[in-house]
Design a protein around this ligand. Structure first.
Ligand code: A3P
Length: 371
């Protein structure tokens, strides 16, 4: 049975699966107050990327949505607050389906991030690290040379349970590698109750925000030319917590706390540390994933080779990443911009920086987490 045939609502939301079969098309593109320009009034053609659509919402789920706080989205029209976190309509359905259907295996490895924290990089590194015997990184046939990391390590909710799919896991080998942006509170019970490992990569909120602003504007303009969101309007949303899988700080905090309580289960990494000391961080990562580097692998260039293969310079210049796109319409090249620490200072005013620093201090410093 596919998720489109049954309501993906978890039972605690009172889902009546009998009445969930009716698929409803939500209005897709109303004028968005975040936009500097006007959008078309409705979805117009097959050229509209899936990430802009709000189609296939089951009646029961539409009811749930009506009971949830709602805000205008950054790209797709709406954001809904579920379990304290904001999701687009399409994404919310996927989150619900994933929570209901995903069955974790003990050996699974989940790579968790908020959007724009370095997900693509982390996926590439863990893929290369875990498959280094099968694919030595001097191999011209290394999958990372011809496939985007988001294809090699799919998102659970956004890849395997999106648009009514029920994940096909037949091609996965153990240990299975997945990405997810799910906040800790929304992880499926099967994940919470299993010993599978979670790697959380976070990034300082200033660079994350700037990266998200650029990314969402590219999705808007590459989609059907919707015009860009102003920095100020997006900043207002981000600081209020209204961003994809936001509030950013709550997302980070959920995994930070869990990493302190269960360090064997959750490894907490920072993008900035990865940039500054990549070898140290990847050695730590490999140890956590129980695939430590042998001394000879460190000396004969295996570790260096993985870092080079997964570097921003290498990945962003590969033909596949310049020209390809995800099934849902995002161009791979939108996942690569500058890949640097501190770019926020080129975009944000001193007041904006002070505001983000203040929120970070209020929300995270008390828990010992600083950027
Ligand atoms: P910038 O927009 O600051 O350049 P995500 O992968 O979570 O979508 O995050 C995207 C951010 O990670 C972008 O940041 C992108 O440039 C950066 N990035 C992508 N690949 C990278 C890599 N191999 N090394 C470092 N940063 C990378």
């Amino acid at each position: 049975m596919s998720a489109a045939e049954s309501c993906p609502l978890p039972t605690e939301n009172g889902c009546n699966t009998q009445s969930c079969n009716k698929i409803i098309a939500m209005p897709a593109l109303e004028p968005c107050p975040l936009s500097d320009d006007h959008q078309p009034a409705e979805a117009v053609s097959d050229n509209v990327p899936k990430y802009l659509l709000e189609l296939g919402v089951t009646e029961e789920c539409k009811k749930l949505i009506l009971s949830l706080p709602i805000e205008k989205g950054w790209v797709a029209n709406h954001l809904h607050q579920y379990q304290g976190f904001w999701h687009t309509t399409r994404q919310l359905q996927a989150v619900l389906a994933c929570r209901r259907h995903f069955q974790a295996e003990d050996s699974d490895i989940l790579l968790v991030t908020t959007p724009k924290s370095g997900t693509t990089w982390l996926k590439a590194i863990v893929f290369a690290l875990m498959n280094r015997d099968q694919y030595p990184n001097n191999n011209d046939l290394h999958p990372l040379l011809s496939e985007n990391p988001h294809v090699l390590v799919p998102f659970i909710e956004l890849g395997l349970y999106i648009d009514g799919q029920v994940g096909d896991f037949t091609t996965f080998t153990s240990p299975r590698l997945f990405g997810t942006h799910l906040p800790f509170v929304s992880l499926p019970d099967s994940v919470k109750n299993s010993p599978c490992k979670l790697v959380y990569l976070c990034r300082n909120p200033k660079d994350t925000f700037v990266s998200l602003w650029h990314f969402t504007n590219k999705l808007r303009t590459n989609g059907i030319g919707m015009g860009t969101n102003s920095l100020e309007a997006s900043f207002d949303k981000f600081t209020r917590g209204v961003s994809l899988y936001g509030p950013f700080w709550d997302h980070v905090l959920g995994y930070w706390k869990e990493s302190l309580e269960n360090p064997d289960r959750v490894l907490f990494l920072k993008y900035e540390d990865m940039k500054e000391q990549p070898k140290v961080q990847v050695l730590k990562l490999a140890k956590f994933l129980e695939r430590p580097f042998l001394l000879e692998e460190e000396t004969n260039g295996v570790l260096d080779g993985i870092l080079k293969l997964c570097s921003f310079e290498n990945l962003s210049n590969l033909e596949v990443n310049k020209t390809g796109k995800l099934a849902s319409g995002e161009n791979y090249k939108t996942f690569f911009r500058r890949g640097e620490v501190g770019d926020a200072k080129n975009h944000l005013t001193p007041q904006m920086i002070a505001k983000l620093d203040r929120i970070t201090q209020e929300k995270l410093h008390g828990y010992g987490l600083k950027f």
